[in-house]
Each structure stands twice: as structure tokens, then as C-alpha cells.
Design a protein around this ligand. Structure first.
Ligand code: XIL
Length: 677
């Protein structure tokens, strides 16, 4: 079902109007600290109407005839006519070199009409780029029906992510060689809104629990996207660049341009890397399943041996190249089919090699980088039938000695599904196996069925999504001892695979909007009391806030070498507290206070004393006041109750001068807490 778009950099299958509407729609009323910026007006870089009788820089991709024409015009009296095409991929082309800046998203639009008498066809707007002479082809639009009787607009977006020595936009057809008129071509961009620098970093808020990652594309690691990425995330997963079609498009011919760029970026910025993915039934070139004569493989012993040797060579080469750099690998992706009695997807891998494709892939990966942690990754692992089949497969293979270290839960979910309880059961199911677990591709669609489509994400959905992020992240935080990382499938809503899956429509599943500004989804993770309307109508988490060990496992009353409780009475301290400076820079720092209640607390005030004139600038997960050196923080509505042996965490930004020492005299409801190091 999943669309295969491996060549494309990015396209957005919606019209300009919808695009602009989607941008405008994210201007929610100002949140407490972060007024969402309004999108600016588009700047038009190129505009060609051919009214001056010249081709305005347009020509044919090959030997087509290109001239202005008065036979048809969408506006004015002329268009551009291209005739004499000899292949469907030939058509009117214009260089964009010098007009396009790397990392800026441009909207391209062209009006198309077939010459009189030509049969209906499908057309699209594409981009050819060349680096050192090697061409790549990106689609700026999907395929659109065009006719000889009216004008049709082709529009989409394009972001250049590579250094190029050749760059053209062109119109092509899916098939046929009809003569084509084009008119009113424009290329424009919306000046970028600066990213917010006055809001907490997601990675700092989640640092006590796990690294937080995002999927990246070549355009995520440049410009403002890279700034946003580095500010909030501590891990990355290249979304497409490590898949088989990208790394070994032809037998033995490896291509690592995009993968190297992603890995180098991550290493340079101190980000963890998840490698995704070695073996999948999608985005694998057909040559992998072709027999020695080039025909589709049948299940013979010879073909099985050939396929396993291809796996061995591919996995050794790709994993070996990034040995010591890529910490986790999704060795196998989506191999479960819960509708099969044996639970195994009937992929080409399985049909030809049985379970040996998994055994070979995991062993080859282990041999190529013994330190890398190896994962089996799947979607819908919250669905009990699927979860159980995955559990059975992993336990059977591990019992045989196949080196599977962890289970990846993709978590492509939506604002209604699945329940918190089901998500919790997904994690707890695998705990007895002793495997690592990761959330690998989380996004929360605003849609609950394929019939829905909003040009603009409705506000109530975005708010609901904020609470969903709060609740689902809450599950992962409670089980942080079993989960070594959580990754979201994208940085911001301007680039999400859900715009074209399962149907083409604008989705908004991530933490930042199309202008890279924080959404309620962001606040759901960082400080749910700041979700718009939280004070009046906060749905309570459907999770029973069961007490569980803290992620660091240090909350038991006896745990931890303490520098000594600060209370002097006979009774043991009713709370434990850990004070951490999570980041520090000249004059400012970010910190957090984690307090574990040893008996249930309903409503709380946390107090401490700041040394050396430290001043609080901003605090989340509670409401703070500071009088002199004394800080008092009261609970937010959603973290009012702390069950026994559970933890509440507040985070803050503050200023300092002189020496940036730790806070003193930390109390919960005026009782001194045992201080953990
Ligand atoms: C998606 C990418 O995000 C898209 O750009 C691509 O066109 C298709 O694949 N499950 C997975 C990911 O394991 O590899 C998929 O990524 C999303 C679903």
C-alpha cells in the first residue's frame, strides 16, 4: 500500500491555495510565551507569461520545438508551445540555477493545456539536478490529468538539498508525446519565520528518560530545519537514505551520498543515529529478487542461496561503512503479518528464503559492527494479535541465538487510536523477554479515517493531539527503564510522509507546524498546562497513573548514596529529590528538579533556595514565584497528584552570575527531601 517515492526530495500534493491556507492556519492564538508567527506573503522569484513573444529562458529537454504561440493562452494572448516530443519525459524545461537557494522551500506552479486535438494525458512538474554530472530526478507535483480543452494547474513544492551544477524544472507526461502548451509559470517562496529560541528544548525535558529523535531527509539538515533539529532533538534516523533502493540501486553498486551527509551531520552535532532499514519489503530494487538469468526468482535452493548472499553483501557493506557511528539498526522492518497462522509476512524475502533471511541479516549486521544494537521494527505493535506474533518470533529467534537486541515500535497512530492502556500493554508485553525497546517512527495523524481531508488542520484536532502526545509520551516515560529512545517520524508539519499516505491530503502529525513553530503537540510533551485551553478543558489522561520505578531506577526509599537527608527529625524524609543542571551557558542555565513522593501527594508546592542571585526566567510543569532567593513552585493541574514512589519533574531556565552553584533546601509541601546526587 505504501507509495514508493525514493527519488523524490519532497512534493506536496496540494494546491498553492491550500498550501498557503495550511501555513496561515497554524497561527493559533498566542500561547503564554510563544506567539505563533504569521506566515509572510510569498515572494515571486520567476514569473513567465510569454507575452513578450520570447521563450523567457525555456527550451526543450531534448530536440523538441519550443516557441511562443497565440493558439492558446491562459492569460493575455500567448503561451509557450512544445511540439515534436519523442519521449514522455521530454518537454519544456527552464534552468533554475541561480534562482534557487539551498534549503528554501519553493512553490512551483505551471498551467498546462494539450495542443488542439491531442488525447487526454497525465502530466507532472519535475526537477532534474546534477551533481558532478550525475543526474537525479525529483517530482515537484503528482500526476495530474490534462486535456486539450482547458487549462490545468500543476503545483507543488521543491526544496534543493544538494550542491548542483545543473538544475531545471520541466513538464513531462506519464506516457505519450502530445504537444503541450504551458503558461503562467511561477516560482515563489514564503520567507521563513525564525525558529523560537525562548522555549524549552524537547531533548532537555525528556533527558531524564530517553533521547528524543526525529526522522531526517536531506533538507532537514540545512538552514532553519537544522537549527530546529539541533535545538530540540538528540537523535536522528535518516528517513530514506539508508534504505536498499538508496544505498544499492544496482547489484554491487553502492551510493552513499545522502547517507554520508546525514551521518556526518549527526556525528558533527553529537546526535545519536538509528539506521533504518536493511531489510524491508518496500523500497528494495527489483534486481534483488531477480535470478541469475534476470527473471523474478522462484523458490529454489539456488535462488535462496543467491538472495542470502545478496543480503550478506548488502548488510556487511552498509553496516560496515558506518561501524562505530550508527548505534542502532532496524535490521528488519515490517516482517509480521498477524493474519498468517505463523505470523510471518509473505514478502519476497520470506517466500524465497523462509526465516533464513532474518537469520542471515542479523548475523551479518552483528559481524559488521558488534557494538551496534540490532532491532526488529514494525507498525501496529499495539494491536494485540500483531504484538503477540512479533513476541513469538523474537523469542524463537533469540532462543536460537539470532542476535536481536531490541524491538522497535513504529507508533504511526492518530488522535483517537490506540488507547493508552493498549500502548502500555505493547511495552509491558516485551519486558519479560529482556529486549531493549524503542519507539521508532511516532507521529499522531489528525485524521481518524481515510475519508477525512482538511485543507487547514482544525484547531480542536491540534489541541486533542497535544493531549495525545502528553498521554502517549507519559506511557513511555513511565516505562523509560525499558525504552532506550523515542523517535518522531519528522521534524515539522511542512515535511511529513502522511501528506501522501494513506491518501493525499494535508496532515499535521508532528510537534512543529509548517512554519516550524511549536504546536500544542509540542506543549503536550514539554508542559501540558500550556496547551491552549488547558486550564478550562484538559481531558485527563486515560492512563491510570500507576506508580512505577523512575527511569533511572533510583526512587526506592533506600536507593542512592545520598549526601545526607537535610531533615533532622526522626521520621524518614517523605520525598527524594534530584537537582540537575541540564545545560549551562554564559549567564544562563537550564535545570530540572525531579521529586519522588514516597507517600501519595495530592497538590504540592516544591521550594528551594537559589544561591548567588540566580533568577528564574521560565519554568514548566508547574507555576513558579521567586522572592529573593526563595523559589516556590506549585503543581500544574495535570500533575497535581503524585502516587507513592512516583516522580514529578519541573524544568526551568534561569540566569546566573559568579558561580553557578546548585539549589539548596529543597522541600516538598514544606518537608525536607532526601537529596539524591
Ligand atoms: C516512509 C518515508 O517517510 C517516505 O518518505 C517514503 O516515501 C516511504 O517511506 N514505515 C517505515 C518507514 O518503516 O520507512 C516509512 O517511511 C514510513 C512507514
Amino acid at each position: 500500500m505504501r507509495a514508493k517515492h525514493w527519488r523524490r526530495t519532497k512534493w506536496t500534493p496540494i494546491g498553492v491555495a491550500a498550501l498557503l491556507a495550511a501555513s496561515a492556519a497554524v497561527a493559533l492564538p498566542p500561547l503564554l510565551l510563544t506567539p505563533a508567527a504569521q506566515a509572510a506573503d510569498p515572494v515571486v522569484v520567476l514569473s513567465h507569461g510569454f507575452e513578450d513573444g520570447t521563450t523567457q529562458g525555456w527550451g526543450g529537454r531534448s530536440a523538441e520545438t519550443v516557441a511562443t504561440s497565440t493558439a492558446a493562452a491562459r492569460t493575455g494572448s500567448r503561451s509557450l508551445l512544445v511540439s515534436g516530443r519523442t519521449a514522455s519525459w521530454q518537454g519544456p524545461a527552464r534552468s533554475l540555477l541561480g534562482s534557487v537557494e539551498k534549503g528554501t522551500r519553493y512553490t512551483l506552479s505551471a498551467w498546462v493545456r494539450l495542443a488542439a486535438g491531442e488525447p487526454a494525458a497525465q502530466a507532472r512538474l519535475s526537477v532534474e539536478r546534477r551533481t558532478a554530472g550525475t543526474p537525479s530526478y525529483d517530482q515537484a507535483t503528482g500526476n495530474v490529468n490534462v486535456t486539450a480543452t482547458g487549462w490545468t494547474q500543476l503545483t507543488g513544492s521543491y526544496t534543493l538539498a544538494h550542491d548542483v551544477d545543473f538544475l531545471t524544472a520541466y513538464v513531462e507526461t506519464v506516457s505519450g508525446t502530445s504537444a503541450i502548451h504551458i503558461d503562467d509559470f511561477t516560482m515563489s517562496y514564503v520567507p521563513a519565520t525564525p525558529i523560537q529560541t525562548n522555549i524549552p528544548a524537547v531533548k532537555a525535558v525528556l533527558a531524564p528518560y530517553f533521547p528524543i529523535g526525529t526522522a531526517i531527509s536531506p533538507t532537514t539538515i540545512i538552514g532553519q530545519h537544522a537549527q530546529l533539529l539541533n535545538r530540540h532533538f538528540s537523535s536522528v534516523t535518516p528517513g530514506n537514505s539508508l534504505k536498499w533502493d538508496a544505498t544499492e540501486p544496482a547489484a554491487g553498486s553502492f551510493r552513499f551520498t545522502d547517507a554520508d551527509a546525514a551521518v556526518n551531520f549527526a556525528v558533527a552535532n553529537g546526535l545519536e543515529i538509528r539506521g533504518h532499514t536493511l531489510i524491508w519489503h518496500q523500497q528494495t530494487p527489483s534486481w534483488v529478487f531477480a535470478d541469475a538469468a534476470g527473471n523474478p526468482m522462484t523458490a529454489t535452493a539456488a535462488n535462496k542461496a543467491l538472495l542470502l548472499s545478496r543480503i550478506e553483501s548488502h548488510v556487511s557493506t552498509v553496516v560496515g561503512r558506518y561501524r562505530g557511528k550508527i548505534k542502532y539498526w532496524d535490521v528488519a522492518n515490517e516482517v509480521i503479518d498477524e493474519n498468517q497462522a505463523d505470523g510471518l509476512r509473505r514478502s519476497r524475502w520470506f517466500e524465497i528464503a523462509g526465516l533464513d533471511f532474518l537469520r542471515t541479516a542479523f548475523r551479518a549486521a552483528r559481524a559488521a559492527d558488534p557494538a551496534a544494537r540490532l532491532f526488529i521494527n514494525d507498525y501496529n505493535t499495539n494491536v494485540p494479535a500483531k504484538r503477540d506474533k512479533l513476541f513469538n518470533l523474537v523469542s524463537a529467534l533469540r532462543a536460537e541465538g539470532v542476535p536481536i537486541d531490541g524491538v522497535g515500535h513504529q507508533m504511526h497512530v492518530n488522535i483517537d487510536w490506540p488507547s493508552v492502556a493498549e500502548t502500555e500493554a505493547m511495552i509491558t508485553k516485551f519486558v519479560p523477554l529482556g529486549v531493549d525497546q524503542q519507539v521508532t517512527e511516532m507521529d499522531i495523524s489528525i485524521y481518524t479515517n481515510t475519508g477525512e481531508s482538511f485543507p487547514t488542520p482544525p484547531r480542536d484536532r491540534l489541541i486533542k493531539q497535544g493531549y495525545r502526545y502528553r498521554d502517549l509520551m507519559g506511557v513511555f516515560k513511565r516505562h523509560a527503564d525499558a525504552i532506550s529512545s523515542v523517535t518522531l517520524w519528522g521534524l515539522a508539519d511542512d515535511d511529513t510522509w502522511l501528506d501522501s499516505f494513506p491518501v493525499a491530503r494535508k496532515d499535521a502529525p508532528l510537534l512543529f507546524d509548517t512554519e516550524l513553530q511549536a504546536k500544542p503537540a509540542y506543549w503536550g510533551i514539554v508542559d501540558p498546562s500550556r496547551i491552549e485551553g488547558a486550564a478550562s478543558a484538559s481531558p485527563t489522561a486515560s492512563a491510570a497513573p500507576t506508580a512505577s520505578a523512575s527511569p533511572t531506577g533510583n526512587t526506592s526509599p533506600t536507593a542512592g548514596a545520598s549526601p545526607g537527608p537535610t531533615n533532622t527529625g526522626q521520621a524518614p524524609p517523605p520525598c527524594q529529590v534530584r537537582y540537575t543542571v541540564t545545560g549551562q551557558w554564559q549567564g544562563g542555565f537550564q535545570g530540572e528538579v525531579r521529586v519522588t513522593a514516597l507517600a501519595p501527594v495530592n497538590g504540592w508546592t516544591l521550594r528551594w533556595t537559589f544561591p548567588n542571585g540566580q533568577r528564574l526566567d521560565q519554568l514548566w510543569n508547574g507555576t513558579a514565584t521567586q522572592t529573593g532567593a526563595a523559589v516556590a513552585v506549585t503543581n500544574a493541574s495535570w500533575n497535581r497528584s503524585i502516587p507513592a514512589n512516583s516522580t514529578a519533574t519541573v524544568g526551568f531556565l534561569a540566569s546566573w552570575a559568579g558561580t553557578n552553584g546548585p539549589a539548596a533546601d529543597i522541600t516538598l509541601n514544606n518537608a525536607a527531601c532526601q537529596r539524591l546526587p
